[in-house]
Ligand binder design. Structure first.
Ligand code: GAP
Length: 487
């Protein structure tokens, strides 16, 4: 169930506790660009590592690369991005505000109480988009009297295509209006994988089927850039291209749909928070595609795309570069009893936004709990992250700043910090310190008190249940290690 208030609360929490800040905030910010603070950066890194490991360590036939952001400009001609990477847009003549047509219509449909009417409008929109019928889209907007949220008028321009790639100039000659100097900030990481396909295949002696994974920044000049880190102009993608024999794409597409959904469920999120959405209008490179959608506070939205990209990319790079991008398959073809020979592989792509995954994990973890009793009112905000993703795993809290308690706490810190991220804190009452750790999503707090000096025990407090128990100081490290084992 969509809840904009929850999103607002999450945004405020992220700012207050050092997870995510608006970029260049002291200059009033830069729209749809965000910076990760000290805890957000840890959370993001943990998600990135989990994905990387699940791809490159858990699959023997997938390797990872790190290609540059800048690429030869012809890459984007070959990939189709120069001609096709655009969205239909419409401008309101009074407010001058530009909208992505599908977002404008979807936003309107969400406001309708008549679910059948809303569905009818969305079905019409899908059909018009699939047919690139821009005049039809405009009349759908006008006939439903869809208004601009700023001017509240229905005075619209024609629908036009708008390319989402950022351009910049390369080399010493800046300002010269020459096509030769133009480079693009990559709008997806995938092309860095395609142009390196043969380098990796040959040097890694990879045999089809095999995959190449990559994590990195991508840039899109999004027109409708809102909803926090859901839609940004600079963001990170975690993509994997899986190279297969032509004709086997249907089974591999199903395999990757299932495998990726399992990955999502391994984050401890229940299946009813996810759904698949099959694409009706396919991207220029795909013969089948779907999204994995997550139930964000703003409703079910795409977090990951799975695309059957055919041989579109490799074939076009081969044509534009004039270099062969083929694979020699020496498996025996049973019909001819000879090696299968050369072909351009087909590709199944899995593409997940890292920032969107951060938002998914935050949305899932964020809870406001009422802890009031008959005697007093009380509440807490807690981030119930899966332990292996939590920015801090263990908080070490000496009860007092004296009597040798900080020294014991420091020893524990030194013993644990090699293995996982710890946090040392001696300021404030213990209750306040616990609440702060709840707000940062720290799964374990350990308090060192005077009894520790007597019997070498400490209090361990569990974030989710707030249950406290006495355990041996010497057991603390293994407790935490056990909880993150295998990650
Ligand atoms: N290589 C295929 C590709 O880029 P996409 O569906 O355009 O496909 C893949 O993007 C994923 O990247 C999306 O599912 C989403 O998680 C993330 N993504 C795309 N645009 C984004 C944006 N503007 N801000 C944040 N994440 C974005």
């Amino acid at each position: 169930m969509a809840n904009e208030n929850t999103l607002q609360n999450i945004i405020s929490h992220c700012k207050e506790y050092g997870f995510i800040f608006q970029s260049s905030e002291i200059y009033d910010g830069l729209s749809a660009v965000y910076d990760y603070g000290q805890y957000g950066a840890e959370l993001k890194k943990n998600i990135r590592e989990y994905w990387w490991k699940s791809m490159t360590q858990m699959h023997e036939n997938i390797v990872g690369i790190d290609a540059a952001i800048f690429m030869h400009p012809t890459v984007w001609k070959a990939s189709g991005h120069v001609d096709n990477f655009s969205d239909p847009m419409i401008d309101n003549k009074d407010s001058k505000k530009r909208y992505r047509v599908d977002h404008l219509i979807e936003g309107f449909a969400e406001t309708l109480t008549d679910a059948e009417k809303a569905k009818g409008i969305l079905d019409q929109m899908d059909a018009l988009l699939a047919a690139d019928n821009f005049a039809g889209l405009k009349s759908l907007i006008e006939s439903n009297n869809i208004k601009c949220s700023i001017s509240q008028t229905c005075s619209w321009t024609d629908v036009r295509q708008f390319n989402l790639m950022f351009k910049t100039e390369f080399g010493a000659v800046s300002g010269e209006d020459s096509e030769d100097n133009i480079v693009y900030l990559r709008p997806e990481t995938a092309q860095g994988i395609f142009v390196n396909f043969l380098n990796v295949q040959k040097t890694g002696r990879m045999k089809i089927p095999f995959g190449i994974a990559q994590v990195g920044k991508a840039f899109r000049n999004e027109i409708v850039a809102r909803q926090f880190i859901f839609r940004m102009r600079e963001f990170e993608q975690m993509e994997m291209q899986f190279f297969i024999k032509p004709g086997t794409q249907k089974e591999w597409y199903e395999y990757w749909k299932e495998t990726r959904m399992k990955w999502h469920l391994s984050l401890g999120i229940s299946p009813d928070k996810y759904r698949f959405h099959d694409h009706i209008k396919l991207a220029h490179y795909a013969d089948a595609a779907c999204d994995i959608e997550f139930d964000f506070p703003i409703g079910f939205k795409e977090v990951e795309g799975i695309h059957s990209r055919t041989d579109f990319d490799l074939k076009n790079h081969q044509q534009f570069s004039g270099k062969k991008l083929q694979y020699f398959d020496n498996d025996i073809d049973p019909t001819t009893n000879k090696p299968i020979g050369n072909y351009i592989p087909y590709v199944i792509e899995t593409s997940i936004g890292l920032d969107r995954t951060v938002m998914m994990i935050l949305s899932q973890a964020y809870q406001e709990e009422d802890l009031s009793t008959e005697e007093k009112k009380d509440s807490r905000v807690v981030l119930k992250f899966p332990t292996f993703l939590a920015p801090i795993k263990l908080a070490i809290l000496p009860l007092l700043k004296k009597d040798g308690l900080p020294e014991i706490a420091r020893d524990l810190m030194n013993d644990c910090k090699l293995h996982f991220k710890c946090f040392y804190e001696e300021k404030d009452t213990i209750g306040k310190r616990y609440r702060r750790m709840d707000a940062l999503g720290t799964p374990f707090c350990v308090t060192i008190d005077h009894q520790t000096k007597e019997d070498q025990t400490v209090t361990i407090r569990y974030r989710d249940t707030m249950v406290q128990e006495r355990i041996l100081l010497s057991e603390v490290k293994s407790r935490v290690l056990q909880a993150i084992q295998g990650f």
